[in-house]
Write a protein that binds this ligand. Structure first.
Ligand code: NAP
Length: 454
């Protein structure tokens, strides 16, 4: 795929870039390693101060960066602004807390003194997706840099302007050259980067096939990897839930980021006693969503990020319908410029249909009727993914019991699944392994070293 910005709201090519050659990439890795030797010795206080500056740079040019996001992948502008602000927050979080999280841990043993220290690993490769083009990168980079690592970014090929802007943000923050570098390359050079002896670890956020490829290469070379992959999150509504709240959140949770979020609610599992009420309110709300130019502040749903992804989404819906799913609303590519898809709800779903088995990355909700909460749990877990989950009930004690039975990296009770710098984020099963954010995230790319003194 070319490294190119194509505005998904218009279909127009905005910018094209020549990919870096393999020689250029190898030279950058050498430079990153040299930068690491100085960066790790700078001390965590100074590193934290510089990452804090990055938060200020982000806030000072919030609107400018937000426009880049919207132009490159079509996110409604208000959500782009929120994403830039959240990146500033994650920089603040690690700048303010990194030193305490990574201070030596003293452990009483038979030694006169024994403790655990956290050393940086070195050059870490981040392979990132287009759907949150700033957030995915900052949630990796802020902790990695505070810990003393240096970062190489291979961003998705359709968001090169964001990739270059992020490198510039760290540079404007005063972070030394080569501590964070963007590589404008396609997936074909990823294995060569991982192979380089200076590259000590890799993290990938993206699809299952891409994750497996990076994990395989890292595994062969015994290099650490973290994978944040897809999801098909359940949104369970029990009969004692506040249905209006659940419906309102269901619409937001499915349509946020134009329906292209890994932790978007995708399978709406509703008990039969309230199914019809939930269904009619859900259909009604989905039909009222304001679709349009993502630069317009009133727009709630913008385009799909790429034309090929729009066709892929449409094929998943069509195949589900062919296999017996019922279309309650939507189910079509919208006419006119850009890559727009109508808000869609499918029901009568079963195993073997894409809308039941696979991740649906777009504004398409799978509505599933279940007898009771036991069946709701079984259906929720009947997925190869295990990223997030949302559970709606007024009985909090019951909700806590159900939460422990759900196979996922997070469960949100009476709320929408979302990431927060203070809470760990990640999945189980085919949603990946390892964690980002919180004190867990910053410890993924450190050498947890025991020091024992007689
Ligand atoms: P993708 O096609 O897997 O691409 C992600 C990144 O991997 C891009 O930089 C891509 O480069 C690269 N890539 C693709 N194939 C590769 C390979 N064989 N080897 C190495 N790198 C490869 O995913 P996407 O379409 O950008 O993003 C959507 C997916 O990401 C969804 O499945 C979504 O659920 C997941 N996601 C997960 C999380 C999470 O935290 N769990 C968060 C956001 C998104 P090119 O662009 O150059 O092909």
């Amino acid at each position: 795929m070319a490294i190119q910005t194509i505005n998904p709201a218009t279909g127009k090519i905005e910018k094209s870039y020549a990919p870096f050659s393999k020689d250029e990439v190898m030279k950058i890795i050498d430079e990153s390693y040299d930068a690491f030797l100085e960066w790790k010795n700078l001390g965590i206080k100074k590193r934290s101060g510089l990452v804090k500056n990055a938060a200020n740079v982000l806030r000072s040019k919030r609107e400018e960066y937000a426009q880049l996001l919207t132009i490159e992948m079509g996110k409604p502008i208000k959500q782009s602004i929120a994403e830039v602000e959240k990146c500033a927050l994650v920089c603040d979080y690690y700048a303010d807390n990194g030193e305490v999280i990574l201070q030596n841990e003293i452990v009483k043993t038979d030694a006169s003194e024994s403790y655990i220290q956290f050393d940086p690993l070195g050059v870490v490769l981040a392979v990132m997706p287009w759907n949150f083009p700033f957030w995915q990168v900052f949630r990796f980079a802020a902790p990695a840099l505070v810990a003393g690592n240096v970062g190489l970014l291979k961003h998705a090929s359709n968001v090169p302007m964001c990739a270059l802007a992020i490198e510039q943000i760290f540079s404007s923050a005063g972070i030394p050259k080569n501590v964070f570098r963007t590589l404008l390359v396609g997936p074909d050079l990823v294995n060569d980067v991982i192979q380089h002896p200076y590259v000590k670890a890799a993290t990938l956020t993206g699809s299952e096939p891409a994750g497996k490829s990076v994990a395989e290469k890292c595994g062969k070379l015994l290099k650490k990897s973290v994978l944040e992959l897809g999801g098909s999150d359940p949104f369970i509504v029990l009969e004692d839930a506040n249905i209006d709240d659940a419906v309102n959140t269901a619409v937001t949770a499915r349509l946020i980021n134009n329906g292209q979020s890994c932790i978007a609610a995708k399978r709406f599992i509703v008990v039969e006693k309230i199914y019809d009420e939930f269904k009619s309110k859900f259909v009604n709300r989905m039909e009222q969503v304001k679709i349009g130019n993502p630069m317009d502040e009133q727009t709630e749903l913008g385009p799909i990020a790429r034309e090929d992804l729009m066709y892929e989404l449409d094929a998943q819906v069509k195949e589900s319908v062919k296999k017996g799913a019922l279309l309650l609303t939507g189910g079509k590519i919208l006419p006119g410029k850009g890559f727009y898809y109508s808000p869609t709800i499918l029901e009568n779903l079963s195993k073997g249909m894409p809308a039941y088995d696979d991740e649906i990355f777009g504004p398409v909700a799978s509505l599933i009727k279940v007898k009771d909460e036991m069946e709701a749990i079984a259906v929720a877990n009947d997925s190869s993914f295990g990223l997030g989950a949302s559970l709606w009930t007024n009985d909090i004690e019951k909700a806590k019991l159900i939460a422990s039975k759900i196979e996922s990296g997070s469960v949100f009770i009476n709320g929408m699944a979302k990431s927060d710098p203070r809470l760990p984020f990640g999945g189980i099963k085919n949603s990946g392994y390892g964690r980002e954010l919180s004190h867990y995230g910053i410890k993924e790319f450190v050498n947890i070293k025991t020091v024992w003194i007689k």
